[in-house]
Design a protein around this ligand. Structure first.
Ligand code: GRF
Length: 202
């Protein structure tokens, strides 16, 4: 059984997709042990509660600096014996301290086809740039923003009349598919990192 910890900042629809995949056994041998938010009223916390998953709000402003804050997070994750950390709409960049504590055990979901449009508002960036195809990416987390080895990507066509919201909604549907799939692959030990490339073993 792999213990999963999830970091969130908001709505938590990706968290919900993982919860659902575990509950309906699309992901086996894994459980979410703790959900941690850096935002007090993040709806993701309600979702955790609704499924009897431990959850907590940790206020980053209560710490001297980022390192102290991250030490607190790592401390909690270690207490819960977490072996896989998911960034599910967590809006902070992890420092190398945190990344090294969970080297190649942190996955992130991003609403664009990386390496295009990293950082905030991937969907808006794609629209403004004028690309005809965008999508979603799940990747391992390294110390740079949205830059680690890519596990899965799914494409979405940009429509002529797309707004940021309509494009984001279609990308989100893909996110909810590929994030659980990537978690399942991780849990079944099917991901092999070779440099920047992630080989999916069968
Ligand atoms: C998603 O679009 C995700 O790709 C990005 O932040 C958003 C979080 O949405 N990193 P939710 O909180 O999972 O609903």
């Amino acid at each position: 059984m792999i213990n999963i910890g999830v970091l969130v900042s908001g709505r938590g629809s990706n968290l919900q997709a993982i919860i659902d995949s575990i509950e309906n056994s699309e992901i086996e041998n894994a459980q979410i042990k703790i959900v941690i938010s850096d935002v007090r009223d993040a709806f993701a916390l309600n979702r955790a509660e609704n499924h009897s998953i431990d959850s907590m709000y940790i206020d980053p402003n209560n710490f001297l600096d980022k390192l102290e804050y991250e030490k607190k997070l790592v401390n909690i994750l270690k207490k819960y014996d977490i072996e896989l950390v998911l960034l599910a709409g967590y809006m902070r960049i992890l420092s190398s301290y945190f990344v090294n504590e969970y080297k190649w055990k942190i996955l992130n979901i991003h609403p664009a086809l990386l390496p295009s449009f990293p950082g905030l508002h991937g969907q808006r960036q794609a629209l403004e740039y004028g690309v005809k195809v965008s999508g979603a990416t799940v990747h391992f987390v390294d110390e740079k923003c949205d830059s680690g080895p890519i596990i899965i990507q799914k494409c979405v066509k940009v429509k002529e009349d797309d707004s940021e919201d309509t494009l984001a909604a279609r990308i989100l549907e893909k996110e909810h598919k590929i994030f659980p799939t990537a978690v399942d692959l991780f849990v079944r030990d099917k991901l092999k990192i070779e440099g920047r490339r992630v080989q999916i073993l069968d």
